[in-house]
Design a binder for this molecule. Structure first.
Ligand SMILES: [Zn+2]
Ligand SMILES: [Zn+2]
Length: 143
């Protein structure tokens, strides 16, 4: 019954992901869209994601993410922070979807916060670079 214990162990690491997310040692089998290191399964507020141990980017299922962001915004203890303007250079960065290897669509997030996010509509995946999830959670507005 314990065969997965080792695989799902939380890594003791000083790496900090946004919103206290943690990575496990389980490898997802796809590479980071930014730095091509293998993504690993992680968990934040009960929601699974795939994280990059190197750049600390986070990959979410779009469906799960909608609920997660509402939950995080409702429960965060971080003070609201006026978002910085969108970095237009970021919109020029092109990456490919780790699952289907087609280009990710780079755009500004449609909700509060000026994060530039990358989505694959085909796979229903959304990628956040480090700090972008925090931005969304801390953006002022209805929680
Ligand atoms: Zn990476
Ligand atoms: Zn895809």
């Amino acid at each position: 019954m314990n065969e997965n214990t080792e695989q799902t162990a939380i890594e003791s690491t000083d790496q900090q992901f946004d919103q206290g997310a943690v990575l496990t040692t389980r490898i997802l089998g796809v590479g980071c869209p930014r730095c091509h290191v293998e993504l690993r399964i992680g968990e934040v507020a009960g929601c699974e994601f795939a994280g990059c141990p190197q750049c600390r980017g986070m990959l979410f299922q779009q469906d799960a993410f909608g609920m997660l962001i509402n939950h995080l915004r409702a429960t965060t203890t971080m003070p609201p922070q006026v978002p910085t303007p969108i970095d237009l250079d970021e919109l020029m960065v092109r990456s490919t979807c780790p699952a289907c290897v087609l280009p990710l669509e780079t755009h500004a997030y449609g909700g509060p916060g000026n994060s530039v996010i990358d989505t694959c509509i085909r796979c229903g995946l959304v990628w956040f670079d480090e700090g972008e999830l925090d931005n969304l959670v801390r953006a002022p507005g209805k929680r």
